[in-house]
Design a binder for this molecule. Structure first.
Ligand SMILES: Cc1cc2nc3c(=O)[nH]c(=O)nc-3n(C[C@H](O)[C@H](O)[C@H](O)COP(=O)(O)OP(=O)(O)OC[C@H]3O[C@@H](n4cnc5c(N)ncnc54)[C@H](O)[C@@H]3O)c2cc1C
Length: 406
């Protein structure tokens, strides 16, 4: 079994399969899992428990939400008794821990190796993968199955058709890891802070997340609809606009200017909203972000990527027992795992973020947030943003949230 990509999805699958005695090789393009730690890695508490993520990987726990904006609005929700609602992980530590677990069960992990392409010779029951090593050397590797866990790059499966009814929606994110004195860290340390409104970030949002004492993550993300970006639409021009100036402005406006920048990273989230793309091409199967398990509403995908591995692992074990037809159930089971609210959350993300530009959009967002602040607790906000329980907001509001009515 060959797995391309040692992110949360690939490493979790390697761990689950190796534990059951499968011979697993993971190839990972990064030469070191500490490089390109692009993810902010905020998770709800329930996910930590369900995925058995150890405390050593947790950078900080948080127990509230703070929403700054639109304009000067500042709203805060705190969990009852300051109970933790979630955590921010150290993404490098998570990847290393998962990889170490997989290796402990016998999986091999080859760093610095990139999977380039696959060939599926007819009637052999095998698949060949072209790999490029750290020194530029190339090899073909033959296996029974290959899993594309290369994240949003979809290195082997490729993108779903651009002209499809369910195009990819991208979010470009950039984040700085800041170091600052404890007294400046403290006010940000117990909550996830989101910066909302088109003067903070048009067509997106910003955030400040707590890491270990004295460290914060400050980031911005802007969404774009790839279908809109392919033509000569106004969005196409914005595609290249750098996020650096927005980060600088966010640093100044949050009062965090002067903090030492320890690391700068960023990346893309790219998912379809309805997730109808092919999950399998012969003996090649997609996993995690490669099959759109990153959620566009909160830019969140670690737990969903790991959950996709948990859905795929038992089916792959059956396929390895010469029951390849069992894999046909994979897309359906993954959809069930992600829940019926999933595509609603994607539609809401498109409507909220892509439409967030100008005073009218800010006013609409302001109205939604004022409603939230009046009636809802920190736990409700977590249910909304992590479980996508929009009905708690009031079913009558749903058509407005989704743009069916204005
Ligand atoms: C700026 C930003 C902030 C985010 N914040 C959060 C957050 O707060 N919470 C959260 O849950 N999620 C967050 N996410 C999303 C989350 O990080 C991803 O959904 C998650 O990492 C997906 O896991 P994955 O294993 O599917 O893919 P990835 O984590 O992308 O892993 C894919 C791996 O494959 C490797 N690779 C790529 N191409 C090849 C190739 N051809 N051959 C071999 N290896 C290859 C890559 O180097 C990478 O290590 C964020 C994403 C971004 C961009």
């Amino acid at each position: 079994m060959l797995i391309a990509g040692c992110g949360p999805a690939g490493a979790e699958l390697a761990r689950l399969l190796a534990r059951r005695g499968v011979h697993v090789l993971v190839v990972e393009a990064l030469p070191d899992l500490a490089r390109a730690a692009f993810s902010s890695a905020a998770l709800p508490l329930a996910a930590l428990e369900r995925l058995e993520i150890p405390a050593a990987v947790v950078a900080h726990r948080w127990s509230g939400w703070r929403l700054l904006g639109p304009g000067e609005a500042d709203r805060h929700w705190q969990a009852s008794d300051d109970r933790p609602l979630g955590a921010v992980l150290d993404f490098t530590a998570l990847r290393r821990w998962l990889a170490g677990q997989a290796q402990g069960f016998g999986a091999q992990i080859a760093l610095g190796w990139r999977a380039l392409a696959v060939q599926q010779p007819a009637a052999t029951g095998l698949i060949r993968t072209r790999l490029r090593g750290p020194g530029g050397e190339e090899h073909w590797l033959t296996s029974r199955w290959v899993v594309d866990a290369t994240g949003q790059q979809r290195g082997l499966l490729g993108d779903p058709p651009a002209d499809g009814a369910d195009p990819l929606v991208s979010g470009l994110g950039a984040e700085w890891l800041l170091e600052l004195p404890l007294e400046r860290w403290q006010p940000w340390s117990d909550q996830l802070t989101f910066l909302l409104g088109s003067d903070w970030m048009p067509q997106g949002y910003g955030w400040v997340f707590p890491m270990q004492p004295g460290q914060l993550k400050l980031g911005v993300c802007r969404l774009q609809d790839d279908a809109a970006g392919t033509g000569a639409s106004p969005q196409a021009g914005r595609r290249q606009a750098p996020l650096g100036p927005w980060l600088e402005a966010t640093l100044a406006r949050t009062g965090l200017a002067g903090a030492r920048v320890l690391d700068r990273h960023g990346g893309l989230i790219r998912s379809t909203v309805r997730r109808r793309e092919a999950h399998q091409r012969g003996r090649l199967i997609g996993l995690g972000d490669a099959v759109s398990t990153a959620n566009l509403l909160g830019g969140e995908g670690i737990r969903h990527a790991m959950a996709s591995a948990r859905v795929l692992a038992p089916l792959l074990l059956e396929a390895l027992e010469d029951e390849p037809e069992r894999l046909a159930a994979y897309p359906r089971r993954l959809r069930r795992e992600l829940g019926w609210r999933w595509s609603l959350s994607g539609r809401l993300a498109r409507r909220t973020w892509l439409g967030l530009e100008g005073p009218q959009a800010d006013r609409r967002l302001e109205g939604l947030l004022a409603g939230l602040a009046r009636q809802h607790s920190a736990e409700d906000l977590s249910a909304l943003l992590f479980d996508y329980r929009f009905e708690r907001y009031g079913l009558r509001a749903l058509p407005y949230l989704l743009g069916w009515r204005r």
